[in-house]
Design a protein around this ligand. Structure first.
Ligand code: H2B
Length: 97
């Protein structure tokens, strides 16, 4: 179902994300962003809302939380790199902040 993003797909899907704080990792085909909230409850509440979408789409982030900060890495393990699903979940994460 998912496939690795083509050059055109990257230009189309990743450009708006990089303008919104996402960056490409240098050592692997993945995107990352650090989300900062006002407090732990806001951070964890956001993670909970994101988790419901991740589960619905069967696409799970690599993420970690320390107090009010959440570090996120998105990549599609099944294809060994970025797919349209990563961009979709990234957009959802931004919209749920
Ligand atoms: N999450 C992410 N981020 N990438 C995947 O390739 C992936 C996933 N694959 N969640 C799913 C689960 C797959 O491993 C299971 C078997 O559906």
């Amino acid at each position: 179902m998912s496939e690795r993003l083509s050059d055109e797909g990257r230009a189309l899907l990743l450009e708006p994300l990089t303008k919104n704080g996402w960056s490409l990792l240098e050592d692997r085909d993945a995107i990352a962003k650090t989300f900062r909230f006002d407090n732990f409850v806001d951070a964890f509440g956001w993670m909970t809302r994101v988790a419901l979408w991740a589960e619905k789409w069967n696409h799970h982030p690599e993420w970690s939380n320390v107090y009010k900060t959440v570090d996120v890495v998105l990549s599609t393990h099944d294809v060994g790199g970025l797919s349209a699903l990563d961009a979709k979940l990234a957009r959802k994460m931004d919209s749920l902040v």
